[in-house]
Every structure is written in C-alpha cells, then in structure tokens.
Design a protein around this ligand. Structure first.
Ligand code: 26V
Length: 813
C-alpha cells in the first residue's frame, strides 16, 4: 500500500476562525454547532481542492482514459467523517478542535444526509466513487442536484408520514458551484424537415426551449489522500434570467412562470422504483442529466483532442440502470448533428463507449416511455431512436430471416395500443457491455429477461457482483471493530479487504473472540440508545438483535418477518413455548408514498409492536421496534449493531442486495433466501455460518402458475392462526379491518411473493438460529467468520473487475 499523504494542517484552525468571522460575519463566541460544522468542512474542503487540482493535472498530463458513471441517484450520506478518514487526518483534526474547545463528534452530528437516492442503486453509485478514488482511477460521477432529496419519514400513530427533505443543495460546504461550465439543453419544440445543399434530408429541431444545467461539484477523495475525483451534479436553470422574447412582448409574469417551470426539473427526486405511466417530468429529468453529462464529457475530451478518432479509447460511460439510457440517442445526436460525423462512425464510437448495468428484473420497474411523451419532450431523439431501431431490425432480419415474432420481441419500439420505447432494449443495442449485479441475477438477465439479446450477442453479457466500500461501512461505521482488526492483522484490509481472511485463525483464540463479542455488544448498546431516542422503546442489548433494514417492498417480504413474530407471540402466549433466546426485532425503511400495501405494512409492524411490547410475558422474550427515517447516517449505527441480518426476498427478485454485504462484513449472521448476492455470501462464509431457507429460484419458477397458497393455509394451523390475527382487531384495535388488504393479498390473491410457501422453512431456520445463539462460543466464531470471509464484497473488487473487463481503466498513481 502506498503510504498515506497527510495534508498540511498548519492553517486549519485559522481557516475555521476566518470562515466564522468573514463568511458568516460572527464572532467565534456566537457560532452554533452547525456554523462550526460548516467552518470545519470548509477547512477540509480547502485541503480537498489541493488534491483535486493535482489529480486533474496528473490526468491531463497523461491524457488518461476516464470513466463517467451516469446515475439519477447518488446516495452519499454525510461526508465529513469519510473525508477526514480517507485523508488520514481524523485524529489530528479531533485534536485541533479539542484544543479550540470543540468536539468533532458533536460537529459531525450536525451534518445532514444528502439523500439523493432511493436505496441500493444510489448507494452503490456512492460506494463506486469511493473505490475509484481509493484505487487512484479516473472515474467520475454525473447526477442531478435535486433541491429535495428522498422524503423524510416520520411515524404518527403507526403510519408513515412524509415530509420534504430540503437539504442545503445550494449551500452545502461540499458543493462547489461551477457557473463557468454551464451546459445548454434544448428541450420540447418540433422537427422541421429541410434539405441540405446537396438535397439530403436535413431535419431541423426548432422552437425548443433552452434549459441551463449548472454544475455543482462534490470532491471525492480516495483513501490515502492521493487522488480526488469529482461527482458533478447539475441544477436546472432557465436560460437567461427570463425568457427574453416573452419578456419583450410585455408578458412579465409568463416570463417568470417559464423560468420557474425550467427550474422544476431538478426540484425533486422521484421516490419510487415503479414507473407510473406518463410522468413527463421524470423523462425530462433523465434527458436533462444525459444532455448535460454528454456535453460535459465531450467538452473535456475536446480539450485534448481535435477529432473523435480517440473518443472510445479515452472515454468510457457506464449507465446506472436504464434511467440514463437516452445517452445512446444523445451521444449519437451530438456526434452526428453537432459534430458532423457520419452515422456509422458515430454508431461505432457510441457502442464502444457505452456500457449498461441492469439492477432489477421486476416488470414494474422496467422503464418504458410512451412515444407521445418522448416526441413531445425530445422530438429529435425520437427520430434518432427510430433510425437506430430501423438499422437494428435490418440486421435482425439477416440473422433471423424467418422469425418475425423475434423481431417484435426485440424491437426498441413496443407495438400495441400505446406504442412505447423500451429503454432496456435501447441501452442493450447501444452498449458493448451489459451486466447484472450478482451471479444469479446476471444469469436471469440472460435467460429470463432478454434471452433473445443473449442469443444474438452472448459476448456482450457479463456479471459484476456488487460490493460496498470498507472505508464507510467498516472503518468509519464500526471504529471499535476496525481498531481491533488493525491491532490484530495490520491495516492493509482498508485497501485490500481480502486480507480479513487472516482473522480466521483467531477464531481459536478465546481472548480474541471475547474482544470481538464485546465490540458487538458495545455497538448494540449504541443502537439501543438510538432505538430509545427515535422509537421510544427500551430494548435489551443482550437479546438477539434481528434487523430488517431496507426499503419496504412486498418482494423484500417484511410481511414474512412479521408473520414469524406473530407466530412467536402465539407460541409463548397460547402454547407456553418459550424461545431459546430473547430477541429484538428491528425494522427500518421507507415505503414509497404511493405504495399502499407497503405503507400498511409499516402500520402493521407498529400494531404488532404495540401488542407484543406491552404484553408482560411475551415482552420478556420478544420486542419489536421500528426506527424511522432509514438513511445512510442511521445505517452506519444500525448495521454494526446487528446479530442477525434479514435478507429474505422471494428468490429471483432481489437483484443483488448490498445491505446483506454490509451486515455480513460487520459480523452479523445472515438469515436469507437463495437470492441475489446472498448466494455468493453463502458460498463465501460456508453453509455452517449462514441460515439459508426457502425455495430457490428454480423451485419458485417451477411453482409459478400452479402455486396455491390456500392449500398451504389449509394444512397449517400455525399459519391460520397468524393470518387470522392479522385480519382481526388484535393489532388494529378500533380501526376495523385495517389489515385486511395484507391478509387478502396472501389468502385471496395468490400470494404472489410466496410468503406462505417459505413460512415453515423460515420458522425452522429461526429456531435453529436461536439455539445456536445461546452457545456463545459457537456464535462468536460464526460471526467472526462472517467478517473474515466477506472481503470479496468490497466495492474495490467490483471496480477492479469493471475497470479491467469493461472500461479499460488504469490506476494513475
Ligand atoms: C426505477 C425507477 C423507475 C422510475 C422512477 C424512479 C425509479 C427509481 C429506481 C428504479 C429502479 C431501482 C432498481 C434498484 O434500485 N435496484 C437495486 O439495485 C441494487 C444495486 O445494484 C441492488 O443491490 C438491489 O438488489 C436492487 O433492487
């Protein structure tokens, strides 16, 4: 490992003092904690800028290949702690502040989470940026600087309430506005068919309105402080101050209205993963991001080149799901319409540059856009998409001359009552690489989602199993464990997580196991305090902390977990069967505001919590707590405090999961189905160190169609008792029949997510787990092996694979 380059901290204190005095205009004595957080951050930012400038000069001098990660979401979480750790100065800064009478931890607690993502997809993007910089690779992010991130969740009477998350998108100390590098984005308007001087077809996109993309940069420093890349987020502005033409016509208010409507583009992050038809603003957002990013990427490329011959050798672009799939059309438009390249040449460049990652197989999350909306918003792009499709279908007729059905299936345009653009098809046709995010998922992409494309281009398809950054998810989130590991095996694990393997042999050392378990206990105490503060529930750190933290979604089966809790309640209450160990069931996660059943499930968790926690007998063995407003900063406290990690999606539905990796690395044992990366976690830790239950993908596929939950119900008095309770007043009191829709979905509507099919096997696995937990030594060894054997889930490994196999990206040390 290259040594850490520590920045010079001699002027640090003065920078803080100057900030408070000359930027905020206050004497130090009046500064609030938030003022001081901003002061410290701006002093840190100064250090980041030096690294950033040096990095950019190094890249320029070497004319390196750069990778641009385009994503509608980047869920960075708070940045101060991470930046300090990556630069190796957390302890020095702590000491400087202490000297000034300040407490770093108090200041860090003032930092709001930039919640610019929904969940796994956005957090993965943030982990990737950390790994790219830590590996000293030229990898950059492009996203949107939403004024409102994901809503804030509070709980009232057991119900989820949403509040807007107005984060300091204009004043965050980490954001550097780059007004000098604006991007101009034409949108709306119409196509006028004209001819060029040679009589060729020369379409003119006219009457568009212009939106301005203003870049805001967040520096991303890698571990060791050698490299700082950047995440560039665009805010939308109206062109000029007002629409001058309307203004001159004397309609002042209409001019202001226009300005407001342009600025709506970056107003808010869409909070759901399912596409509701006809959300025009979402398409405009996707296009806005893509147009800004492509312009910026080309501008940077042209600083050092004067034609496009080298483009795909110097530029790689990764599409984070189909949300930025319009990059295919926008890059073509730019190369052909703006820079005058021939179509075929432009097409080669485009496909050699672009690569696409699929993150979901759920049909409701697969993007399709009605032609009418695409034509209205980006008429020229629709023309280009038609032309791409025409040529694509032409090659298909050569490959599959007698198979018109296949052409229909593969076309970028879906025929039907309402014609639509299939964004995944556009992304696949326009890319040289298509990957899934875990082995099983990549397999299902090839065999289930787009088998026709796999048949045509088998070499395009590959797997890149997700990973998470050990800097945030171990070094920063779990300082106790990080310290113990470093004391025992050195600190190389921070940049090479596979070295955690060396912990395996320490499993035979009782003193080490004792220390390892003590750290878990301290983390549980810290988590218990959080639960008390946010959910007002007392929990026992000596009980099993069993945690289900992720978005609330039917396929993630929080309902199955609740069924198991209710079952446990009745076993104690009615049958006097006491569990082997007391357990605290902890939930955390947001439901999309329009997702009725997911919100009802949150209400059910609270209903069950009320009954269980108040029951004098049962509450000695079972407690239930829901921690509101799950976000990165809370995850950093929740995950290190887990004994058990619930990863219980219906097999085939969770593309990968990344929370599963964070829990395992922090020494939680997984209770999971054979889905997503759980399968690879099982492979890594071994069957004795994980609880796998339920039907696997093949079994689920075989059951579809013939599955009859009624049959299972009829044969299981335990399930009947649980479901009848869900449908009774027990958990909802006076709110009659409140939970009927949850009962109904399972009992009368086919139990699409197969909760009942996996129930018994889940209960059995949970019983085994409780039995193992009370064997303190065995349990400690299991959890240690989870930490020791999950080094491959570092996002450094994932990024090395992308860099070598997809991007052709090299280290620039
Ligand atoms: C779709 C849409 C459709 C339009 C409205 C906004 C929106 C937002 C998100 C999505 C798709 C989200 C797909 C996703 O988050 N997949 C997750 O990706 C993780 C990282 O690869 C993976 O670990 C999770 O298993 C997978 O669910």
């Amino acid at each position: 490992m290259d040594s850490i380059i520590k920045p010079d901290l001699s002027g640090f204190e003065n920078t803080i003092r100057d900030y408070v005095r000359y930027v905020l205009g206050k004497p130090m004595t009046d500064a609030t904690s938030t003022d001081l957080f901003n002061g410290v951050s701006s002093a840190v930012r100064k250090l980041l800028m030096d690294i950033r400038i040096e990095t950019e000069q190094r890249y320029d001098r070497r004319d390196v290949k750069r990778m641009h990660y385009i994503s509608m979401e980047f869920l960075t979480g708070p940045l101060l702690a991470n930046n300090l750790l990556n630069m190796g100065i957390q302890e020095d800064v702590r000491a400087i502040l202490k000297n000034m009478g300040l407490d770093l931890d108090i200041l860090m607690a003032c930092e709001p989470d930039p919640s610019l993502g929904n969940g796994g997809l956005g957090r993965l993007a943030a982990c990737f940026l950390d790994s790219l910089a830590s590996l000293d690779m030229p990898g950059f992010g492009y996203g949107i600087n939403y004024d409102y991130g994901l809503f804030k969740q509070s709980i009232m009477g057991g119900y989820q309430r949403e509040k807007p998350d107005y984060w300091p998108s204009r004043s965050s100390p980490w954001l550097i506005a780059r007004s000098g590098e604006k991007c101009m984005v034409p949108v709306y308007g119409r196509i006028v068919d004209t001819e060029d001087i040679e009589g060729g077809y020369n379409p003119m996109w006219s009457e568009w309105k212009l939106v301005v993309g203003r870049p805001h940069d967040i520096p991303v420093v890698g571990y060791g402080g050698h490299t700082a890349n950047r995440l560039r987020l665009f805010s939308a502005w109206a062109s000029e101050d007002f629409d001058i033409q309307i203004f001159n016509e004397g309609d002042y208010f209409r001019a202001v209205e226009r300005k407001i409507s342009s600025e709506n583009i970056s107003k808010i992050l869409y909070p759901s993963d399912s596409q509701e038809a006809g959300r025009e603003l979402r398409l405009v957002q996707e296009y806005f991001l893509v147009a800004c990013a492509v312009q910026d990427i080309i501008r940077i490329y042209l600083k050092q080149h004067d034609d496009f011959n080298q483009f795909s050798k110097k530029v790689a672009i990764q599409l984070n799901d189909t949300h930025p799939a319009l990059t295919v059309a926008e890059l073509m438009r730019s190369l052909v319409d703006v820079h005058g390249l021939e179509w075929d040449n432009a097409w080669d460049i485009t496909t050699q540059t672009l690569a696409y990652t699929n993150h979901t197989l759920l049909p409701e999350a697969l993007e399709k856009w009605p032609l009418a909306i695409v034509e209205k918003v980006i008429p020229r792009h629709l023309q280009i998409i038609y032309e791409i499709n025409r040529r694509f279908l032409e090659t298909l007729t050569v490959n599959y001359p007698d198979d018109p059905q296949r052409l229909h299936r593969m076309s970028i345009i879906e025929e039907g009552d309402e014609k639509q653009v299939r964004m995944a098809h556009l992304a696949i046709v326009g890319s040289h690489s298509v990957n899934g995010v875990a082995k099983i998922h990549s397999h299902l992409v090839k065999t289930g989602l787009v088998p026709d494309f796999y048949d045509l281009w088998p070499e395009k398809f590959n797997n890149k199993t997700n990973g998470v950054t050990p800097r945030r998810w171990l070094l920063s989130a779990n300082p106790g464990l990080a310290r113990l590991i470093t004391e025992s095996i050195g600190d190389k694990w921070i940049v090479d997580l596979d070295t955690l393997k060396a912990l395996e042999s320490l499993g035979r050392d009782p003193a080490f196991l004792e220390k390892f378990s003590m750290i878990k206990r301290e983390n549980k105490v810290r988590l218990a305090r959080l639960i008390k503060k946010t959910a007002y529930i007392d929990v026992d750190p000596d009980s099993i902390f069993d945690i289900h933290a992720k978005r609330i979604h039917e396929y993630k089966r929080q309902f199955l977990n609740v069924m198991h809790i209710i079952h446990g309640y009745f076993m104690i209450q009615e049958e006097g069967v006491i569990p082997t160990a007391p357990r605290t069931y902890i939930f955390s996660g947001k439901a999309a505001p329009g997702y009725f059943l997911a919100k009802l499930l949150i209400r059910l968790i609270h209903g069950v919590a009320d009954v269980v926690n108040k029951d004098p007998l049962v509450s000695q063995w079972i407690k239930v707590a829901f921690i509101p407003d799950y976000k990165v900063s809370l995850a950093e406290i929740i995950i290190p405090g887990a004994d058990v990690s619930e990863q219980i999606s219906t097999a085939g539905m969770e593309a990968s999961g990344t929370g599963n990796m964070k829990f395992a690395i922090n020494g939680a044992v997984t209770m999971g189905t054979m889905d997503g990366a759980n399968i690879e976690i099982a492979e890594a830790v071994g069957p004795d160190n994980i609880y796998i239950f339920g039907h696997d993908v093949e079994e689920i596929q075989a059951m579809r169609g013939a599955y009859d939950p009624g049959k299972i119900l009829a044969q299981s008095p335990h399930i009947q008792r649980v479901l009848n309770a869900v449908n009774s007043p027990l958990f909802c009191g006076w709110e009659n029949d409140l939970f009927f829709p949850l009962f109904d979905a399972v009992v009368n509507h086919g139990d699409y997510y197969m909760n009942l099919a996996d129930f018994q096997s889940y209960v059995d696995a949970q019983v085994r787990l409780s039995g193992d937990y009370v064997d303190k030594k065995k349990w400690a060894q299991m959890t240690l092996l989870n930490t020791a054997r999950t080094g491959i889930f570092s996002s450094d490994r994932t990024i090395r694979e992308y860099a070598g196999e997809v991007w052709g990206l090299e280290r620039q040390i």
